[in-house]
Write a protein that binds this ligand. Sequence first.
Ligand code: NAD
Ligand code: MG
Length: 394
Amino acid sequence: MIQRVCILGATGSVGASTLDVIALHPERFEVFALTAQQRVDELVQLCRRWRPRYAVLGSESQALAARTQLRDAGVRTEVLYGAQALCDVAAHPEVDSVMAAIVGAAGLAPCLAAARAGKRLMLANKEALVVGGGLFMETVRQGGATLLPIDSEHSAIFQCLPDDRRQWAERIDHIVLTASGGPFRARDPATLHSVTPEEAVAHPNWVMGRKISVDSATMMNKALEVIEARWLFELPPERIRVVLHPQSIIHSMVVCRDASVLAQLGTPDMKVPIAVGLAHPQRMASGASRLDFLSLSALSFEAVDPRRFPGLALAYDALGAAEGSTAVLNAANEVAVAAFLDRRIRFTDIHHLNADTVAAVLPARDEVSAIEGLLALDARARAWAAAAVERMSA
Ligand code: NAD
Ligand code: MG
């Protein structure tokens, strides 16, 4: 049976890798919908190549521009726009699988729509789960959706576990998420305040979007992944550990009750977890190169230095605080990263902004039970963080 796929965030790094994998298996997948926030020309190119039924852009003017270009090219893709259209294509009755590859909390609503509609939901958009938390998982359960992790660490853990989720709790003692340490693993922490956006987005092992690249440099990416793991694997925070592994060959590990350790290895290429998600429970070619054991250098491990990477502790603090604190942390971090990329605040300010926002914006109990409340909390946290950016950059 052919799988009809909707790719949310098709013009991004994960979106592009997803299309690369799909291109290897034309008999298995059909591209049904592609979405992008801004890059009209790129999305039009993708529509010419893939001929999806729907394309979604951020605004009406962009949609009009895309419609004209596609009509001139003789492509019959229907172009929609706006947040509701993302939900509509993600939940479309003819869609089997949704690749959630939007960056940030903007991806939450379409993820919930796909979950409610019982889709196979391939989740790269970690921020959606960090914001949505319990509501996200409950919506997956109630909608009968299949949630497949695409983040490489979570895919690794998923691959080390049996398909039957009911066996997970009794097997796992704890999990170990590996972290590369990003571009500043060996840099003197006293010089981090002068880091430029160009230095921060230059990841040593992975090619990714700008936001996640900055998150990797601050280790907020791992903080978000700890929170993501808490929900995906239903583990308390003390059973989720992080170790530095600069080579990015071991993508994460499960330490079993009997002290046996299961790890998943491979070259650092998102096409692997994407192919795992697309083919699950089977396996298929991903197009990634294979590990060459004989040319591997040593696999090494280090503890995370909290002076260099203070952001990681924020995840554990937020998980121990009121539900919704993780949504506040995520909102603050999105504002902080954007301000850093705009050169309005310094690299080291990102952490201060995150910590200050979590301390100042307290979730109300009724804000976490529905998406409206979560989005209001997200907006409150963004407003607080944006005002703090104004003060910092004044
Ligand atoms: P990216 O910046 O390359 O692409 C983001 C995509 O989302 C683009 O298509 C963009 O048009 C769309 N988008 C951005 N803002 C939007 C909005 N407000 N509404 C609708 N669409 C919007 O990002 P990426 O690196 O591909 O990452 C995507 C997600 O996957 C992130 O959550 C990231 O943390 C996660 N992830 C990425 C990688 C990676 O290797 N790139 C690995 C693991 C997880
Ligand atoms: Mg990851």
